[in-house]
Design a protein around this ligand. Structure first.
Ligand SMILES: Cc1ncc(COP(=O)(O)O)c(C=O)c1O
Length: 373
């Protein structure tokens, strides 16, 4: 296992993030409505779930309040309207869109289609394991391909892993837990080289956390009619994880197959919030700036402490603690911070999600104190 991270990649990422910070004075998104939730169940500051602690944004909060009275209805028409809203922005049609109970429902359905009858999934490791877990649970097989030396998806090795049984390739971009990203160009080349009957599921949960999303999204391959599913969520940038809204973009025939496995409808309050948040560009920008500042604070502390970290493009930083991760996580809990779980492939590394800027300053202080002691 190679855990060497290119110094150049790391420094490049830090510079890009700092440039993002320099774009404007940070406002505190959503601060006028109510303070962000600070506590995990244990009372610690929660830096574990890759959420947006500023959410929901102002437009989403107003929309939730306005929608409460109608929540006795199944929101069938609201869901249709939301599909049309998404399709219009993406240059697609409503039959290209499936709304899910979070993007987890989209991933779950893709896993059902791939794993039924013993079909095979190809996935990176470590990555978000939900799809692989569900494929295994229904009796499908999973081929795991380790990340490369830069902790990015090893697309060459994933291409080599394809077998006659392969039905689905899952690419999480940016990757959870490492935050590393493949460029749109790399992914498009990978998709073009695969047999047409294999579906590529690209999970873009974290892609919209930076402003160059359109360059790296493979939604253009959906427009072109390729065998590609793009999964997105309102749980990350939009701060709506508790309201459970995500969506898939894919060819209408693929969406049709997926829709047959979908639950009845999603939450009406979730739909109202997501639809309003979708056009709340000010909240989205402020959230991006807050994430960039949090990452800059965290990586500056790690640089100072000479702790290696992966080049992140997401709202979390994956770094080498220099000790078994479980011990480090316990020490951080003692200092009042709840972080992500350990990843067996990288036993000394751990992931910290971005909280508010103030929380990240406190976390950087805790890191310094930990390594000083
Ligand atoms: C990569 C990735 N995809 C999908 C999800 C699922 O998010 P949700 O079901 O809240 O949309 C997560 C959640 O952490 C994730 O990290």
């Amino acid at each position: 296992m190679n855990t060497t991270i290119s110094r150049r990649a790391v420094i490049g990422a830090s510079r890009a993030l700092l440039a993002g910070v320099a774009l404007g004075t940070l406002s505190r998104p959503g601060a006028a409505q109510s303070p962000p939730s600070r506590a995990s169940a244990s009372g610690a500051i929660r830096l574990a779930g890759n959420e947006n602690p500023h959410g929901p944004g102002p437009a989403a909060r107003a929309a939730i309040q306005a929608a409460v009275g109608d929540s006795w209805k199944y929101p069938i028409f609201e869901e249709m309207a939301f599909k049309a809203q998404i399709a219009e922005r993406e240059g697609l049609t409503p039959p290209h869109v499936l709304i899910g109970d979070g993007s987890s429902e989209i991933l779950h359905i893709a896993a059902l289609l791939a794993g039924s009858g013993g079909g095979e999934l190809i996935t990176a490791t470590p990555t978000f394991s939900f799809v692989a877990d569900h494929v295994r649970a229904i009796g499908g097989s999973v081929r795991e391909v380790p990340l490369d030396a830069g902790m990015r998806h090893d697309l060459k090795a994933m291409r080599v892993a394809v077998s006659p049984a392969t039905r689905l390739v899952y690419v999480c971009n940016p990757n959870n837990p490492t935050g590393t990203m493949l460029s749109g160009a790399e992914l498009r080349e990978f998709i073009a080289a695969l047999p047409r009957e294999i579906t590529v599921l690209v999970d873009e949960a974290y892609l919209e956390l930076a402003s160059d999303m359109s360059e790296h999204s493979v939604v253009d391959r959906v427009r072109a009619g390729d065998n590609v599913i793009v999964a997105r969520t309102f749980s990350k940038l939009h701060g709506l994880a508790g309201l459970r809204i995500g969506y898939a973009l894919a060819r209408p025939d693929l969406i049709g197959r997926m829709a047959r496995l979908k639950l009845v409808a999603v939450s009406s309050l979730g739909l109202a919030a997501a639809s309003a948040s979708y056009t709340d560009l000010a909240f989205q920008s402020a959230s991006r700036r807050s994430i960039a500042e949090g990452v800059a604070i965290t990586t500056a502390a790690l640089d100072e402490l000479k702790r290696p970290y992966a080049a992140t493009r997401a709202n979390f930083v994956f770094f080498d603690t220099g000790q078994p991760a479980a011990g480090f996580l316990a020490a951080m809990r003692e200092r009042g911070f709840s972080l992500g779980r350990p990843f067996p492939q990288y036993p000394t590394w751990c992931r910290v999600s971005m909280g508010t800027v103030e929380q990240m300053q406190l976390f950087a202080g805790a890191l310094r104190a930990h390594y000083a002691g």
